[in-house]
Design a protein. Sequence first.
Length: 256
Amino acid sequence: MEERIVPRGAARTGYRAVGQGPAMLLLASLGRGAEDFAEVAPLVATAGFRVLCPDPRGIGRSSGPMEGLTLYDLAEDAAAVLEAEGTGPAIVAGHAFGNWVARALSAARPDLVRRVALLAASVTTNLDPAIRASIDGSFDPALSAAERLAHLQRGYFAPGHDASVWLSGWHPPVARMQRAATAATDQRWRRVAERHRTLYVAAAEDTIAPVPSLAQLREALGEQVSLTVVADAGHALLPEQPAATASALVGFAREV
């Protein structure tokens, strides 16, 4: 696994890279970083891809202004990685919140995107208040580890899975920045499947983003969308089913 940094104006984006071949960019969830793809990235790389996993601003070696941003600013950070690598248009995959950055990248820099994959992705901003409370509680430093673990299990992990693997790795200031950037962004990023062929990878036990129908996806994203469902996984998906997630991404990428 290589570790690199690319500057863009006042921002610097640190990223991890592994493998050789066509590029696949993996974007992490709300308030979390590239380490979430630690199991998935090598599996995709072994299948013949150059896998790029950037940290968002405020995590690892990534830095830059944290206020007055939109999703397009975060997308341009990701675009800088692709431009630095010079790999040509990439498969861009976003997990959970990362799916919004992936869609913004599709809108802002369509020349850098070949296809888009959305992993355990909320396609609307409407959430059950109780589930939103569990999202917030998962990374609330004022709560005990036991309380946070209960929120993680309820919101992110399928029954029988060890939610403690996500007790660490949270960055509340980054989550606040990402939410503010989303609220400040116009709506043209949403309908990604009108611009690029899109795969929606659903987690069968997801309480945050329950498995949608294909009709719902087409209404929210556009016509060029397909759906695959990963069994025995919740919203966390990546630590629960890394092999199935990697297989879905590789199969989608190989269709090109």
